[in-house]
Design a protein around this ligand. Sequence first.
Ligand SMILES: Nc1nc2c(c(=O)[nH]1)N[C@H]1C(S)=C(S)[C@@H](COP(=O)(O)O)O[C@H]1N2
Ligand SMILES: [Mo]
Length: 421
Amino acid sequence: MAGSNDRLGITRREFGVLAGGAGVAVGLAAGAPHLALAAGKANAADLIPGKVPEMIVHNAKLGVMETPLELLRQHRITPKEIMFNRLHFPIEGERSWTASLKPVERPEWTIRIDGLVTRVRTVTLADLEKMGTTEVETVVQCAGNGRGFFAAKAKCPGSQWHHGGMANVVFEGVPLRPLLDSLDLGASSQVRYLTVGGLDDPPTPKGADFEKSYHIDDPALDRAILAFKMNGEPIPACHGGAVRLVVPGYYGNMNVKYVTRLLLAAAPAPTVFQARAYRVPLHPVEPGEMKVSDFNLQNSVPTYGFRIKSVIFAPLASDKVAAGPVEIRGVAWNDGNAAVDLVEVSTDGGASWKAATIEKPKSPFAWYHWSLKTELPAGTHTLMARATDAWGRSQPLDGTAMWNPKGYEWNGVDRVTVTAS
Ligand SMILES: Nc1nc2c(c(=O)[nH]1)N[C@H]1C(S)=C(S)[C@@H](COP(=O)(O)O)O[C@H]1N2
Ligand SMILES: [Mo]
């Protein structure tokens, strides 16, 4: 893998950025935002102008923020102004361009395709714009979404996400596989992995790049696109413009932003974001049993496809609920490989369940909206929602059963306590 971690000096200089600025000696351990400020202290609109001030800021230095469900539920397609944001490197100084909702207007944006190939190629944004594109409505969700709920068993380090580290948006771009085929790369038969890297270099030369690897035969790559539009507009800088890899059905980290490099290699990237972070143990572990530094390619798997999940959008604990008829509603989704065909709702803490009505989404990777009309007598009620798909995959009643050292892939049955009066 020598050379896999080269920095792409050209594009980096194009942004007029300077390497190694002062005061950026940040410990880049495993993507966990150790510098997290107390949630809510910084104003999202100051960090990324245009984001609404109601966003819950988890890490001001990195511009990490989540969407309150009260806002998220108002839109079928999440507007950029309220979309959650996750970056791994400080947004000040040389990466201040990543803290913007404006598009990255650079037709000369260049992606280099190299590695075990006979012919190294480059493709620009202008090239992509001339090619046939496809659109996909898809959930984007951080693997850490819901991490805060694992604290009921043992707190996991990193941002204590509630449910708002997710969005449902429409990406448009060029399908990846046909593009790679058309480039006539002369790839070696040794190629097993595709590693994708972005322009947001770490603040110190020793720091690991954010790059992610995919098995070259992964069927998820059949639906992957190099996206340059989100919700009908050029992708905002903070969400990965000019070009972002979108793998529908895969956790957020697998949707690499600022794509400048596609590397065809025999092995996955050895760097921290692939080899140690964004992994879950192959076998259940108890708190304290395994450290992040113990993760390796044999004992763990990357956070690839979404675990099936449903989230109650209404009523929320913050809503006033009148006793009598009530509509309970929310969203469900999975990795898109089988339809979500059942959402059960309980209003009595799990003693009894009723099937909700499910709307079939436009794409298997988008939110399925579900709702159930029922009655709530005066008093306090625990509402629960549990999704199941056509393959029988469902959600654990106690989500902490899936506890893992980094607190990834939370998909426990959602619970909301409301008082009807
Ligand atoms: N280049 C790059 N791509 C990245 C990241 C990053 O820091 N750099 N963060 C990843 C993670 S962990 C998530 S959850 C999503 C967040 O996407 P969003 O900020 O557009 O919501 O981007 C992913 N892609
Ligand atoms: Mo993430």
